[in-house]
Write a protein that binds this ligand. Sequence first.
Ligand code: HEC
Ligand code: HEC
Length: 277
Amino acid sequence: MISIRSLRAAAPILAILICCCAAQAQFGPPSTPKEPHPKATPESVEAGHKLFSGTCANCHGIDGSGANGPNIREVGATLGPEALYGIIHDGVFGSGMPSFASLSDQQIWDVIDYLTSLSHAGGALATGDAQKGKEIYASNGCASCHMIDGQGGDLGPDLSAIGEVRSVAMLKNALIDPGANLPVDTELQERANYPAYLVYRAVMKDGKVVEGMRVDEDSFTIQLRDKDGHIHSIQKFYVEKLEPEPGKSFMPSYKDKLSDAQINDLVSYLSTLGGAR
Ligand code: HEC
Ligand code: HEC
């Protein structure tokens, strides 16, 4: 399913593809943090609360429920910390949301921790059985694409500390509607310039189609990694059309493969990873 949000996320890329002369600074991919999101603490939430009251509340309301700007009480659960980092750091171009690039990374994380504490599900505890969830993880091929503590495949993000950085609501959403909120990968340097995990579709002049995540690019070639992990190095000269497919993910949806109870168990297991919640 293509959500409005993924369309919005893809708009800058479409803009670059359509008009190659666009200024990178305005239409480039969102800024990514230098370090991954540190674990939220009561202190970071408190520091974020202060900063929010002084810096954001006049537009978003003293409790985040909206004033001149939109209600952002649920963004912690729906967007996750990395995507929020990009929005707060860069602002939303062409809207009333200014860039806060002058804040330090730590200050941005503090505000994000505060926002996440507001969300309905952000602080919610997982209700399933984590031990059963671990078995479901093992028997559903998750490890073929994901790594936990160095074990598994690397087509998808490493899940070793996923419980620390994702709320219960977001984990559930990742299993039911993959691709809706693509995680930003700050560790893979070669992908850092692109929204990680965004699937591109290249149509070659001879009609051949290659679909893959964009892993690297130079003046003459672009490298796409397909759903089986194979890397295709494509000569740009032979490319008829290259377009992102927002909302698409190589991760299958587990909506119809697992029962609600199994999804809850799996989410409980995932939320224990990294030791949080
Ligand atoms: C001058 C007014 C103003 C200030 C100050 C402001 N914002 Fe915004 N913000 C907006 C507007 C307007 C939007 C809607 C942008 C759009 O059209 O997508 C927005 C959008 C957002 C969004 C995206 C919401 C979504 O659902 O996509 C987030 C997150 C956000 N702001 C966080 C913050 C934080 C955190 C601060 C303080 C550091 C802040 N804003 C300060 C006006 C403001
Ligand atoms: C065919 C490969 C593949 C399989 C199998 C797979 N995933 Fe994924 N997964 C991905 C990819 C690629 C992404 C990143 C794109 C996205 O979020 O849709 C992802 C994203 C995720 C995320 C979000 C991570 C984040 O940083 O927000 C979670 C959680 C997750 N997968 C859990 C699972 C679980 C649990 C299973 C097994 C039930 C599973 N995945 C099976 C490829 C896979």
